[in-house]
Design a binder for this molecule. Sequence first.
Ligand code: PLP
Length: 425
Amino acid sequence: AYESMTTEELDAAIAQLEADVERLRAKGLSLDMARGKPSPEQVDLSRPMLDALASTSDLTDGGVDAANYGCPDGLPSARALMADILDVDVANVVLGGSSSLNIMSDVVLHGWVKGVRGCEPQVLQAQRGPLKFLCPSPGYDRHFAVSANAGFENVPVAMGPDGPDMDEVRRLVEGDPAVKGIWCVPKYSNPTGITYSDETVRRMAALKPAAPDFRIFWDNAYVVHDLTDTPDELLEVFGAVAEAGNDDLVYEFASTSKVTFPGSGIAAVAASAADADDLRAWFGIERVCCDKITQLAHARWLPNAAAVRAHMAEQARVLRPRFELVERKLTEGLGELGCATWSHPKGGYFVSFDGPEGSAKAIVSLAAELGVKMTGAGATWPYGCDPRDTNIRIAPSYPTLDDLSAALDVFVACVRLVSARLARA
Ligand code: PLP
């Protein structure tokens, strides 16, 4: 609507919007919509797990003593739980620490320092020319940091409603042996909230990489994080890989971070049998075993994927009103203006927002001035560089509904003012 106004109308609108912004500034707010953290209400739902173990509990699990060293792959019941959640063969599931991001970083460094399954270490290959990691964008900033930190050049690939642009992915993976990995959040992607279509999963699984040490980093972080009763369905990737006649192509990751207590749970990687052995050998150098007491508490309290789903339905009851509020506030505040689009996810933790070209940095910076912290504009792109400067990640999970409502009023006011000023420019 701003685009179709006369200069006089626009000047009047801008004056009005500036007055709105000053009124909000005077409130002296301090609100945070920056990171995808569960709210205290959600986390509290997991408190009963803390009673699953007591000083008198039997601490053995499938013949393994959780109270001592041993069983480096993880406790049998905890591995079975993660295999059930991911719908994969338990034989190829390895647990490690409490953070999936930590395992991802470790697996990337394993290829870099040691080499994937006997391939030349990537650090040596890199001396002959830069190695690349594909980064579907907008995507997860911490993924991009992991590959950049190891020494890869991050290469953006467009994200669409069905997943990454597979023509481009295929061209790069099959044509360039310097491409060693791709980051994927296949269900309720961070931040766009989309789930890869069956065709995208099948095309991913059928890739014939130019590099033998190329792997897909399949971060199934939101595998059980449905918000509605009609959840997205993601095709199971190892089945698709087998159907395509491939074998060693995918490392899959997940954790209980947004199921129970973030940073204090179980994290897992699943891979082909040979890749799982390769990773076990690497992990075996770095640790004797990981925290089996935490694994035991999880497995006792959440014995299978059905129990996890029931628990996640409780969390969805807390989260859903927050996502509904985002949808309502954005529709009411911006719907008729036509200057922005946003995602309508059925799960996960984020709403992905796109304003007019050249607006995102200005919106985030104005919101910060008014006391509302958002994820940095550009963070969803490699090197923080969103080429059109449109994308902003909204993380509505942590604030209370009242705080979220106030933060969204500020956000909408900022979008309106920045959009009007851009239309005037
Ligand atoms: N992967 C994705 C896509 C995420 O969004 C997050 C957290 O926001 C993580 C991984 C972090 O998981 P963890 O706590 O298991 O390291």
